[in-house]
Design a protein around this ligand. Structure first.
Ligand code: FUL
Length: 442
C-alpha cells in the first residue's frame, strides 16, 4: 500500500468520524471554507498615489494624474497565477476617492481623466483578466473619501451604497471578497462620517451573496491587527464581534491577532502586508522589495498560522507589475513548491487524542489541518519524536485551525507523536504532513 493510500484510508476514517459529529460552536459557511482554501491572494494598490508617490492622497489630485502608459491587467493576472495566488483584490477606490471605474455617482474617476480619452475602466480590464486566468476577483472600496462633497453628511452613506451598487451589481461579474477599510478620517469639508455599516454589508450581500466581507470585525473575515505579515501563534477563527465596529471601535489587537477561543462567530483572520515598504508603487522602493527569506517568514506566519495571506504587489506607473516584484514572486513560488514537494509522512495511527506518524526521512516542518467544517476545536497539543532515548519533546503549541505549519528543528526520527492535550470538543485532524525545508532559515 502506498503512503497516499494509507493516508487516504486514514483520512476516510477521519471523515467517517466527522460525519457522525456535529459542528462545534461557530462554524464556517461553505464560502468561508472555499475562501480559506485559497490560502494566498494578491492585493493591488493602484490609483493617483501610484503617480504622486503618496500613500494617502488628499482627494484634490487632478484626474489627469492617473495615466498608466501601458496598462496590462493580463500581466498582473498571469503573474498572480504563476505565483500561486488564487485571487486578486484591487483598490477600486482608495481614501483619495478616485474611482478606477466610471462610477456614476462620482466626478473623480477614470472618466474625468484623459487616460484612454476617458474611456478606460481598470475594473473591467482586471475582472476579465482574472476570469481568463481562472482567478477570483475582489475589491477594496474605501468608505473614507477625501474627495466626495457629501462626505461627513448622512447623504454620503447613500452615495457610498450607490458606489457599491455600481461595482457589485454585476458589471464586473462575481466578487469573492469585499474589503472594507476601517479608516475614517476627515472629508473635504473637514467632517468625519458616521458609517452605516449594516447598510453597507447588506448592500454587498444583496448583490454578491457569496462574497466574503473583510473588515476589523468581519462578518466574513477579519483584519489580523497588523500590517507586518503575521498572525498569532495562537489563532482562533472565532471572534466575539458584537458591540465592535471597524476602525476605532475594533476589538483589541490581541483579539484581532489571535481570535477569541469562545468567539460566537466564525470570522477567520486575513493577513495583509505589502511586498514593498509602502502600499503604492514608488520608483524609490524598487530596491526595497522584500527578500525571499522575508516572504517565506510571512508565509509561515500567516498561512502557517491559520490565516489567509493577502500580499500586496502594487502595479507601477506603466500599469504593470514591476520586474523586481514578479521575479521575487516566482522565487517564492518555486521555494514553496520545493519545500512542499514531498510529504515524508507515512502511516498514521490514531488512538484517542494521539496520532502516531511514520517519518520517511529527515524533516523539519510539520503541517497539521483541522476539519474546519466541524468548527475549530484544538486548543493545545504536543509533538514528540521517537529517538534512541524514547519519546523526546519537539514542540508544545496551542491552536491548529485550517492549517498550522510548525517550524521544527532538524529531525531524523522514524516516528512522531501528536497529542492533543486540550480541545473544545473531540479533535478532528484531517491532514498531517512532514516536509523538509532547506531554503528558509529562521
Ligand atoms: C489601510 C490604508 O490606510 C492603507 O493605505 C492601505 O490601503 C491598507 C491596506 O489599509 O487602512
Amino acid at each position: 500500500m502506498t503512503r497516499n493510500l494509507v493516508f487516504a484510508a486514514a483520512a476516510t476514517a477521519l471523515v467517517a468520524a466527522a460525519c457522525i459529529e456535529k459542528p462545534y460552536g461557530a462554524a464556517p459557511t461553505p464560502q468561508q471554507i472555499e475562501w480559506q482554501r485559497m490560502e494566498m491572494n494578491m492585493f493591488c494598490h493602484f490609483g493617483p498615489n501610484t503617480f504622486t508617490g503618496a500613500e494617502w492622497g488628499d482627494g484634490t489630485e487632478a484626474e489627469d494624474l492617473f495615466n498608466p502608459s501601458d496598462l496590462d491587467c493580463r500581466q498582473w493576472a498571469r503573474t498572480a497565477k504563476a505565483a500561486g495566488f488564487k485571487g486578486i483584490i484591487i483598490t477600486a477606490k482608495h481614501h483619495d476617492g478616485f474611482c478606477l471605474w466610471p462610477n456614476p455617482v462620482s466626478k473623480h474617476t477614470v472618466r474625468e481623466s484623459s487616460w484612454l480619452d476617458g474611456q478606460g475602466d481598470v475594473l473591467k480590464e482586471l475582472s476579465e483578466a482574472c476570469a481568463e486566468e481562472g482567478l477570483k476577483f475582489g475589491v477594496y472600496i474605501s468608505p473614507w473619501d477625501r474627495n466626495d462633497p457629501h462626505y461627513g453628511t448622512p447623504e454620503y452613506n447613500n452615495v457610498f451604497v450607490k458606489t457599491l451598487d455600481s461595482v457589485l451589481g454585476g458589471a464586473y461579474g462575481p466578487v469573492f471578497e469585499q474589503w472594507f477599510d476601517g479608516a475614517n478620517g476627515e472629508g473635504p469639508n473637514g467632517k468625519k462620517q458616521e458609517y452605516d455599516w449594516p447598510l453597507f454589508n447588506e448592500t454587498v450581500i444583496r448583490h454578491q451573496p457569496h462574497a466574503v466581507i473583510f473588515s476589523d470585525v468581519g462578518p466574513g473575515c477579519r483584519w489580523v491587527g497588523n500590517e507586518k505579515g503575521y498572525a498569532g501563534r495562537t489563532n482562533w477563527s472565532t471572534l466575539n464581534a458584537e458591540g465592535f465596529t471597524p476602525g476605532k471601535g475594533a476589538p483589541s489587537g490581541k483579539s484581532l491577532n489571535e481570535g477569541d477561543s469562545d468567539g460566537n462567530a466564525w470570522i477567520p483572520a486575513e493577513t495583509d502586508v505589502s511586498i514593498r515598504p509602502g502600499w503604492f508603487w514608488k520608483a524609490s522602493e524598487n530596491d526595497k522589495v522584500k527578500s525571499l527569506q522575508q516572504l517565506l517568514k510571512i508565509y509561515y506566519e500567516s498561512v502557517g498560522r491559520n490565516s489567509l495571506l493577502l500580499l500586496n504587489v502594487p502595479p507601477d506607473t506603466r500599469g504593470r507589475i514591476h520586474e523586481t516584484d514578479s521575479v521575487r514572486l516566482m522565487e517564492l513560488r518555486s521555494a514553496l513548491d520545493r519545500i512542499f514537494a514531498r510529504d515524508l509522512a507515512g502511516q498514521v495511527k490514531r488512538k484517542g487524542n494521539t496520532w502516531t506518524v511514520d517519518a520517511n526521512g529527515p524533516f523539519n516542518r510539520l503541517v497539521l489541518q483541522e476539519d474546519i467544517a466541524m468548527g475549530q476545536r484544538i486548543a493545545s497539543f504536543t509533538v514528540e519524536a521517537l529517538t534512541a532515548d524514547g519519546w523526546t519533546p519537539l514542540a508544545r503549541e496551542t491552536t491548529v485551525g485550517y492549517k498550522r505549519i510548525l517550524l521544527l528543528p532538524e529531525c531524523e526520527a522514524s516516528q512522531i507523536r501528536i497529542s492533543v492535550t486540550e480541545s473544545l470538543a473531540k479533535p478532528l485532524l484531517c491532514g498531517i504532513g512532514l516536509y523538509h525545508d532547506e531554503i528558509y532559515h529562521e
